[in-house]
Write a protein that binds this ligand. Sequence first.
Ligand code: NZQ
Ligand code: ZN
Length: 387
Amino acid sequence: MLNFELYNPTNLVFGKGQIEKLSTLVPQGAKILLAYGGGSIFKNGIHEQVINNLKAFEIVEFAGIEPNPHFETLMKAVAIIKEQNIDFILAVGGGSVIDGVKFISAAVNFDGNPIDILQKRVLTKDVSKIIPFGTILTLPATGSEMNSGGVVTIQSTQEKLSFGGSALFPKFSICDPTVIESLPKRQLQNGVVDAYTHVLEQYLTYPHEGYLQDRIAEGILQTLIQVGPEVVENPKDYALASNFMWSCTMALNGLIQKGVPSDWATHMIGHELTALYGIDHARTLAVVGPNLYRVMFETKKGKLAQYGKRIFNLTGTEDEIANEAINKTVEFFHTMGMDTKLSDYTKDYDKTADFIVDRFKERGWLGLGEKQNITLEKVKSIVEMSY
Ligand code: NZQ
Ligand code: ZN
């Protein structure tokens, strides 16, 4: 096993009715920026619950953080925080709102132009410089509620870039599984596939000695396969909802990544597809992932075979099991309502591979994946195979 440090200071407050604890979790006397998205929290009553539980606090509202949040929008919140001396931010929403708030938190006291947090990937490590924040999760998917990373889109350049740092963990995250009742089917499907792919990014690498990490990862995959298709049909079932929500958090709170290699190239390529065509994050993963496993078959086949045996009970030679495991993954994505070809989402795809390769070249991303052997040529093959 590789050496590791495990640091995760987020106080995760999980379960039905936990929003009632909000007033005890927010620092007493804080002036709060309440940040949210396009308005779903008004329709499902979460806004009202938040306001009722924060009666003793001064609140300034910031609405309109869009899916795949924009740098340009977030900088408006940065200005409000400076003008109004805000000292705590409450993010109420899915991954986009939470990521957006992480960026705002890092940008307020950033020395220089905050765009560098994204374009130069300046890490945010100094807790004394950030604006502390908590979250109320309304969409299980990204794990952003218990990690210190985020992804923000610069609208003017159509770039979707990740950022993060150890100072950007939420102080607390309230995860009440009943919030999923108001989610559209498409977002429930997205959540399952995003979390499933997070596990695969950290699991489908090469055989190693992290036996426990593998077993935990497999447990999350099996749980998502068990509850995923059902929770989409029946989001009011608390057993399904709570296992779905906890699986999503566990898939990307750092635990299964400790001491083992990880890949993340599916995400890096997928982010380009969202930046270019606005395709939902999870759907880009369903397009790219299986083709990445096909192109990187020789590197990944040991782990693909383990995945095939343990998750799908496949038998045969290592190559047969590994190949069939990819097919089974695609089948699962189809069950979860995903289209798995780029041409299902846009007719304008023929130059995509060259465009992405050029961008990666400009950024110096010459070798991705757990062995840095996903070369630009391989990226091109993966994207072309995804058409
Ligand atoms: O904006 P509102 O009106 O709130 O509507 C949202 C949004 O339109 C709606 N929604 C959220 N909760 C709801 C609800 N509708 C009804 N009832 C509820 N309870 O859902 C829509 C999508 O929300 P969004 O936050 O964009 O979805 P998700 O949580 O999937 O987040 C995706 C973003 O997270 C990033 C992605 O790249 C993408 O930008 N990721 C962040 C990661 C991280 N921080 O670790 C890792 C992931 O791999 C991912 O890259
Ligand atoms: Zn993801």
